[in-house]
Write a protein that binds this ligand. Structure first.
Ligand SMILES: *Cc1c(COP(=O)(O)O)cnc(C)c1O
Length: 388
């Protein structure tokens, strides 16, 4: 039996997969089982931020897996501590909690916000405002936080205490504020929702309200974080620092990790026994993340992300079929005039290019370290498909 048959027979069919079995990769190029090459403009949904098997990353991960692969969080180990120090230094946050995914990072943020409020104000101040069209994960609490009705099905009862406000609608935000609200949680650029950035005035108003009412602002930077938008955190584009920021996808270069960062105001809310994870902060994942952060702190890294992104965006803007190019840096949404995004994805695949979709848009999340040769080769295919 081949891989596809075995998968279909034995793995629950929760994913809409393309007919492609990937076997190996190098940089932004990967190969299938019959050695056909593909340029990768998807990064495993924004995760392989340094591309496939970056040599420095691979060395760090292999060295760690040969030294100490796991300890539990009942002991200390260096990669966890080193990563936490780097994260705090580079982002200005005070402390971190480690999980293994974006959903777990957001679960942590939700628990932290509710406990912050409980500790200070007692019971009843537990409502978390999120945005319509958001995406925060697949666990029950993060599904409940997700502001899309399609996700609020089958699994009743959902977690109570979430309220959805229209993105960029300051009036709707005010209308939903009351004494029960403990946090406002947003993606600066909605990823799964179609690569849709928030307006600067809306973000500023959220930050102002949170300061005024001692509500925690939570930024879900699971997709936008760690250089994806041409800044280490997307909040920098808005001159905004949330009280809590969550990270996951690109952080460890393709290994499972989630991180919930808290500022000085709420860094000590989650105390002994109040939260935990067996795998969270695993040494191998942390060693991978340290390698990613070292690359991100190289002097020309953000500049090179912006230059490549500018090139891709200018090429796309010249195509008649394209009605809008959204997002920031290497988080790129492409709105189409007549074509269907899912068809474009399949046509790109046939021609040797991996892209993503988000709602009715084509979405590109290329590896941040992609070479200019791979960018031009991938764009040749994409432009041909969009013009065809
Ligand atoms: C992908 C994503 C998540 C969920 O991450 P998982 O690792 O799949 O749990 C949460 N929030 C945002 C913004 C995401 O893009």
């Amino acid at each position: 039996m081949d891989t596809i048959e075995m998968t279909q027979q034995h793995i629950m069919s929760t994913y809409g997969r393309s007919n492609l079995v990937l076997e190996s990769g190098n940089g932004a190029t990967c190969e299938d089982a019959v050695k056909r090459k593909y340029i990768d403009f998807g990064s495993g949904i924004g995760t392989t931020s340094l591309g496939f098997c970056d040599p420095d990353w691979t060395d760090a991960v292999c060295a760690q897996v040969k030294k100490l692969q796991h300890t539990s969080n009942l002991f200390y180990h260096e990669p966890q501590a080193e990563l936490a120090q780097m994260l705090c230094e580079m982002t200005g946050y005070s402390k971190v909690f480690y999980g293994n995914s974006g959903a777990e990072a957001n679960e942590c943020a939700i628990k932290l916000a509710r406990k912050y409020s409980f500790d200070k104000y007692g019971k009843g101040r537990h409502t978390i405002i999120t945005l319509v069209n958001s995406f925060h994960g697949r666990t029950l609490a993060t599904l409940s936080a997700t502001g899309q009705d399609v996700f609020h099905n089958f699994f009743f009862p959902f977690v109570e205490g979430f309220r959805y406000v229209k993105a960029n609608d300051i009036e709707d935000l005010h209308a939903n504020l009351d004494d029960s609200v403990c946090a406002i949680m947003v993606e600066y650029i909605q990823g799964e929702g179609g690569v849709k950035p928030l307006h600067a005035e809306f973000v500023a108003e959220i930050r102002r309200i949170c300061d005024e009412k001692d509500i925690l602002m939570i930024a879900d930077e699971v997709q936008t974080g760690i250089g994806r938008t041409g800044k280490l955190l997307a909040g920098e584009h808005f001159g905004c620092k949330a009280d809590v920021t969550t990270l996951a996808k690109g952080l460890a270069g393709g290994l499972p990790i989630g991180a919930c960062l808290a500022n000085e105001k709420c860094a000590d809310v989650l105390d002994k026994g109040s939260h935990g994870s067996t795998f969270g902060g695993n040494p191998v994942a942390c060693a991978g993340a340290v390698a990613v952060l070292k690359k991100m702190s190289q002097a020309d890294m953000m500049q090179s992300i912006i230059e490549k992104s500018d090139y891709i965006r200018s090429q796309l803007a010249a195509i008649d079929e394209v009605s809008e190019v959204s997002g920031k840096g290497m988080m790129i949404g492409i709105a189409l005039k007549t074509k269907n995004a899912a068809d474009v994805l399949q046509e790109c695949l046939k021609n040797g290019l991996l892209v993503l979709t988000a709602k009715d848009r084509v979405r590109l999340l290329p590896p941040l370290t992609i070479g200019m040769d791979e960018v031009t080769e991938g764009m040749k295919i994409l432009c041909k498909v969009l013009e065809g």
